[in-house]
Design a protein around this ligand. Structure first.
Ligand SMILES: *Cc1c(COP(=O)(O)O)cnc(C)c1O
Length: 354
């Protein structure tokens, strides 16, 4: 039986997507060739990447609004510097809500002056700072919508006249937002979309072309747009699986449908964390992530018993990130509600036995 997979990333993908992906590796489109041994410029693959790019814009509600969707290499970590390379002339503003924001700040500071408008580092990033000011004269404002490691999530985004850039690696396609408020969104595929190796970038074209420096081709959004995301060989497998996952999501009913499922899952788990006297949440309640729920035991002496129970219940990937400890249950789009129920059952079993 397939495990209940709470892994933070790479993470669970829909079963039917894995099935189709495995078939395509052997025989793609019934053409007696593997997906990963045909030219990326052949029509069958060009159709795949075009469809993936179109589905991304369609699901986000950004068709015909001046945006382009790109599938690039290098993970979200390359976007930390690529955003700055393409958009930072003098000054940019950053909100620091965790490890990934901090890394984005470190990379971008190579390119100009950075203003950290607020940080939650004082409390090990267990909340989202609010009521901060963004200066008017910055080239852009950057934030991280969901903090995968700490389990916090931005529920609203600041109004600013500066272009809004967001690392949505761990909650893209999980909840409905007005995505047209964002000028650039990026996400490594491996959290809610596909295998590692592809990075989705959705960029509003009119923010580009405003920096003075010359940009190496591989790091230049405009070149990737001109070349239809095929400047060099794309990660064909990761793009294909991402396309299948986006199609799966569309067939289910899109983001508005999956958002309801995700709310059910996170409500089920957080209610148990709050109810069960053996457990406690790690982050402030109003900032809790619907994707990554972090929690600890009230009494660490029960850790061994709890670990045995969830492992026996066929649960995978529950240990917290090494910088936080405790537990983290990642409930990405493809995780079924019954997997969350299996975890809640184990938490209640621990209560009975303790
Ligand atoms: C995982 C993650 C990253 C890093 O992604 P890579 O693709 O491994 O570079 C960046 N930001 C967030 C929010 C993440 O969850």
């Amino acid at each position: 039986m397939k495990k209940h997979n709470f892994s933070a990333g790479p993470c669970i993908l829909p079963e039917e997507v894995l099935q189709r992906a495995s078939e395509a590796v052997i025989n793609f489109n019934d053409d007696n060739l593997s997906l990963i041994e045909i030219s990326h410029r052949s029509k069958p693959f060009v159709d795949v990447i075009e469809k993936a790019r179109a589905l991304a814009l369609e699901l986000l509600g950004l068709e015909n609004k001046g945006y382009e969707a790109l599938f690039l290499h290098g993970g979200a970590s390359t976007q930390f510097l690529m955003t700055a390379y393409n958009l930072l002339n003098k000054k940019a503003a950053y909100l620091n809500t965790g490890t990934w924001s901090s890394k984005a700040i470190k990379e971008a500071s190579l390119f100009g002056e950075l203003i950290e408008v607020a940080s939650s580092k004082d409390k090990n990033f267990n909340y989202i700072p609010k009521n901060f000011d963004i200066p008017n004269d910055v080239d852009y404002f950057h934030c991280t919508s969901n903090n995968t490691i700490y389990g916090t999530q931005m529920k609203s985004f600041p109004e600013t006249s500066a272009p809004l850039i967001c690392d949505m690696s761990s909650d893209i396609f999980s909840r409905q937002l007005d995505f047209s408020k964002f000028d650039l969104i990026y996400a490594g595929a491996q959290k809610n979309m596909g295998p590692a190796g592809a990075t989705l970038v959705v960029v509003k074209k009119d923010i580009l072309g405003k920096v003075e420096r010359s940009i190496p081709s591989m790091l230049n959004y405009q070149i990737h747009i001109e070349k239809d995301s095929m400047f060099n060989t794309p990660s064909v497998f990761a793009v294909y699986v991402s396309m299948l996952t986006l199609q799966w999501l569309k067939d289910l009913g899109g983001i508005s449908f999956i958002e309801k499922v995700n709310e059910k899952k996170s409500t089920l788990l957080y209610s148990e964390i709050d109810r069960n006297p053996l457990f406690k949440g790690v982050v402030s309640k109003e900032d809790r992530s619907h994707m990554n729920a972090t929690f600890t035991l009230e009494n660490d002496s029960l850790a061994k018993k709890f670990d045995t129970l969830w492992q026996e219940a066929n649960i995978n990937g529950l240990h917290g990130h090494r910088s936080v400890g405790g537990y983290r249950a990642s409930m990405y789009n493809a995780l079924p509600l019954y997997s969350v129920q299996a975890l809640v059952d184990v938490m209640q079993e621990l209560e009975r036995q303790a």
